[in-house]
Design a protein around this ligand. Structure first.
Ligand code: PGA
Length: 252
């Protein structure tokens, strides 16, 4: 049985005070949830303060990106070791906004994923097709390219620490989620790719989250699909009530 994982991607939202207020609310509401892995991914500037509030919490800390070098002259970048140092255990890598606005490629996603794993972080590797690609019937080709490129050279042992997030770009921040059937179709395809790339055990054990307009009222239908193991949540992770509703909706 794969344990559900719900992660909140706060993107470029929340001052430190707002972040603290949000996490205090989540700690209050979610303390009794023990069957779901819960992760919040604040901006870099709020990581340290949020970490203080998560020390005795069932909520884990994640970052939204990472660089692949350990240290050096890389102005503006943050290393995996620095994320460990600030208390993060997870790290989102290759989010479609990074691929679209910041020239992230499969190659950089792959380097970041390997560096994160070497430092003991748990990467959440994002893949997903655009609307144009879906309409051109290229969804599976794009997913194959993202999965193979992003996970290239990883070992089976590495994969025990990797979560995949399937996020169709057309569903992110649009209010238009993939239907449970659409999500299941791609999640199942990804599991097949993992079997080809690694083996059946990796395919069965790897958690695949769905992301894109997840809300308290659609999480249950999504997560009841066989190959959907959780959600990567943007907008609805910014409010205590909606993120609480999503996490509780994932409790089996
Ligand atoms: P959304 O974002 O929930 O606001 O659609 C999801 C994501 O980008 O991870």
């Amino acid at each position: 049985m794969r344990r559900p994982i719900i992660a909140g991607n706060w993107k470029m939202h929340n001052t430190i005070n707002e972040a603290v207020e949000l996490v205090n609310g989540l700690n209050r509401n979610l303390a009794d949830v023990d069957s779901v892995d819960i992760v919040v991914c604040p901006t870099y500037t709020a990581l340290s303060d949020v970490n203080e509030l998560l020390i005795d919490s069932n909520i884990a800390l994640g970052a939204q990106d990472v660089y692949w070098e350990e240290k050096g002259a890389f102005t503006g970048e943050i290393s995996p070791q620095m994320l460990k140092d600030v208390g993060a255990s997870y790290c989102i890598i290759g989010h479609s906004e990074r691929r679209k606005y910041f020239n992230e490629t499969n190659e950089t996603v792959n380097k970041k994923t390997k560096a994160a794993l070497n430092a003991g972080l748990l990467p959440i590797v994002c893949v997903g097709e655009s609307l144009e690609e879906r309409e051109a019937n290229r969804t599976f080709d794009v997913i194959k390219d993202h999965i193979e490129g992003s996970l290239q050279g990883l070992s089976k042992e590495n994969m025990a620490n990797v979560t995949i997030a399937y996020e169709p770009v057309w569903a992110i921040g649009t209010g238009k989620n993939a239907t449970p059937d659409q999500a299941q179709e791609v999640h199942k395809y990804i599991r097949g790719l993992l079997k080809d790339l690694f083996d059946e055990e990796v395919a069965n054990n790897t958690r695949i989250q769905y992301g894109g307009s997840v809300k308290p009222d659609n999480i249950k239908d999504l997560i009841s699909e066989e190959d959907v193991d959780g959600a990567l949540v943007g907008g609805a992770s910014l409010k205590v009530d909606s993120f609480t509703g999503i996490v509780k909706g994932a409790v089996t």
